[in-house]
Design a protein around this ligand. Sequence first.
Ligand code: AMP
Ligand code: GLY
Length: 428
Amino acid sequence: MKLLLLGSGGREYTFAWKISQSPIVDEIIVAPGNDGFKRLDKVKLVSIDLSNAKQITALAQEYNVSLVVVGPEQPLVDGIVDALEANKIKVFGPSKLAAKAEGSKAFAKDFMIKNNIPTAKHASFDSYQAACKYIETYNVDKGVVIKASQLAAGKGVVVTHDKTEALDTLYDFMENPKCTINSKVVVIEDKLEGKEVSAFAICDGKTFIPFGYACDYKRVYDNDEGPNTGGMGTFTPTNWPSEECKKMINERVFQAFMDGMKELKTPFKGVLFAGLMINDDTPKVIEFNARFGDPEAQVLLPLLDVDIVPALLASADGDLSKVQVKFKNQVAVHVVMTSGGYPSVYGEAMNLGNRIYYGQVSDTEDKILIFSGVKLDESGSGDLVNSGGRVLGVTALADTQEEAKNLAYDEIKKIKFHGAHWRLDIGK
Ligand code: AMP
Ligand code: GLY
């Protein structure tokens, strides 16, 4: 069969890498992908505008694909699943209304309260004055988190620690014409203490299959310093969260989410990603996402010990009852290499267009080179150059975290490009 995979980053590269191993798949059309995908078996790249549902539908029809897999959130929130299903094209991912769980933080918080899903106390505001008034009466000493309600590519959340910072953030998000976040609605919530983890489930509208846990490193520098990024690395934790806590996550987060969505007549299919804070062995939901994490996919998909395609098809068909997933009994660590200047919070130019030397790196059973922001050098040399903030990453699998981390860093050291940056403390 043929599949169409939408997206272009490391998450989608890892999806393509995993899907290419499926004996039932002959060809993967990746749109738009990046030139690094060309080293994968069965992959054909097609350029596309991911905001154009008509173009995507036409592409799926032209190649007569059996399934469309949607990587990033924006097309989901824009309603790509509805557009494809209206044309009888099978698709892995939630409908526009179900993707609101990620697309609107105000909706997600109200949904959690109604369904008794543990989360931080919050209030939503559509008026700047009312939001400021609330902050004036708030005990900010313990921290207060300000969130733009809409999608903001990871830039719409600020954890603030005093009144001035909180009010400045509200001004930026709601009033400041110079700020890239232009929010009509903000969520103000208590700061949660504890340890963060990303939890995943594959869903079919009624029920779900747990799909593992990963810890993400969001800040650009070691020891979690510097600005937020899309993720500088990740690893799969061992012996944590506890079995008791996982049970609570399954019942109080995933199943409660599925039941609540079904009741709203917007059943959720696809990957559900719960960002959790765990404290005292008890989870609270920070956010829901309607797609896989990036770079979390880069550790979880390589650990999966079975073909992923039957699960993707069954989720799209709305019945996971016959699907079983199995993971390797190993630990995975993924280290990201970025371009100089990333994440470029004030719009500074990044150091792009540099040739990437990675000739000594080869994929094996226990290590994979994953391309996220690369393109072919325009001189026709066939070399890849960096073309985005997150350029590439290495995933390593081993029996222990220490070994996986060492293996990943041994590979990272062999890769060179001008301005490259990576954290040294992933998986430590
Ligand atoms: P979000 O986009 O909602 O995942 O928020 C981005 C990051 O902000 C999270 O990964 C957390 O590190 C942090 N964050 C968000 N909400 C809270 C909260 N209520 N308490 C503590 N940290 C938070
Ligand atoms: N790694 C966090 C995310 O994908 O949102």
